[in-house]
Ligand binder design. Sequence first.
Ligand code: NAP
Ligand code: HSE
Length: 433
Amino acid sequence: MSAEIGLGFLGLGTVGSAVVRTVSERTGFLERQIGRSFQVRRALIRDPNRKRDVPLDESQLTVNVDDVLNDETIEVVVELMGGVEPANTYIRRALESGKHVVTANKEVMATHGIELLELATAQGRDLYFEASVGGGIPVIGPFRQDLAANQIREVHAIINGTTNYILTEMASGGVDFEAALADAQRLGYAEPDPTNDIEGIDAAYKLVILASLAFNCAVSPEDVYREGITRISAADFRYAAELGYGIKLLAIAKRAPNGFEARVHPALIQRDVLLAQVDGVFNAVLLDGDLLGRALFIGRGAGPEPTSSAIVADLIDLGHNIRRAVHDRIPMSLDGDLCVLPMPEVRSRYYFRLWAKDQPGVLASIGTVCGEHAISIASVIQKEVDENAGRAELVFLTHEAQEAAVQGALSAIADLDVVASVASVIRVEDLAE
Ligand code: NAP
Ligand code: HSE
């Protein structure tokens, strides 16, 4: 057996470069931990002219993936390219050729994770993916190992730093969405095309991974109900604060009597719960296990160093497996009998804000529609009055109701003569300790 574990990288960008630096700066430390050292052999890149801050010779860089996948001295492939293809094909080829894989790729793990894990098991190899959710925060390991004795009842997670930064800015600065997004782009948190973050796509991929682990079943991105943050305005933050709530983009997975819920959307949460106080680019995962109760993991969900913390930890664990010639110590077991509830069946409390004529009988008309749809109103506030237009802004909080009933009621309310527009609808999650 060679004293070194050969590593091959697929991708040497923000994260890949940080992992190569960490592995080389901590050679002695890693060798003492594992009993063998890591040696970076080759790295796949796309642009040979790009300057890279990595301690590698130019000869170690390649634009030909075969130089990594066919190199027999490489035992572990570290996939840090991003995107579904060609990353998925390359991971599959790496496992088929007998290599272990570490990846941070949420798109691949959310869309092909189960089949790749099964392939790894069949090949007697390991596939690690701690950095795919929550960056540097340990969440995959705890779900797979430390919480294994629990039946997970609920997960409420803030797993997109960009949107959490934008919502934090809107809450604290009273600014509207566009201004907060521009700020996030200026600081490099949001991409020039921010769609994946602001539409909740990134968070939905990560929720697929968490829900699959929490409920031991195959979840796909299409199963997840998804709403982004683009329709929330500064007014919603003002009213939410007045009612004692903050607004966060939550990824929610909840066990229900006949399945489980999987949804990503903005939500009002009580301001005094810890999750509401997770601000800026920080991520957090709040889970509820039947033995443990609630536990909250908070930390940096992105960035080169935090992400390399998770990836190098995967490499260390894998290094122990290689040294002891074991694999698949914690296989992913699928129950297969749980399915995702259709969104119309989900029950929640709701906040909605609308503009209506400022005249007698308006509240009664809206109340009647709610009553006809079995929706009980918990509170109403009326603050802003546009006297010139004769309109008033009304905010309602409901008791728990079924999504289908609420959507039916809202479209009937929007059709009332006295209602000018339904400006926003946000679900309310009760997370009081
Ligand atoms: P990045 O900076 O864009 O780096 C991607 C790397 O992959 C680059 O080196 C690029 O080559 C290479 N690459 C992409 N497509 C390729 C192709 N078809 N052929 C060859 N090389 C290709 O991305 P990153 O931010 O490091 O993210 C890497 C992975 O980590 C992604 O899955 C991401 O979701 C995940 N992740 C990132 C963070 C974070 O904070 N950035 C946090 C958690 C997870 P060139 O350098 O030549 O362009
Ligand atoms: N774009 C992600 C975020 C980081 O804003 O959290 C990578 O997963």
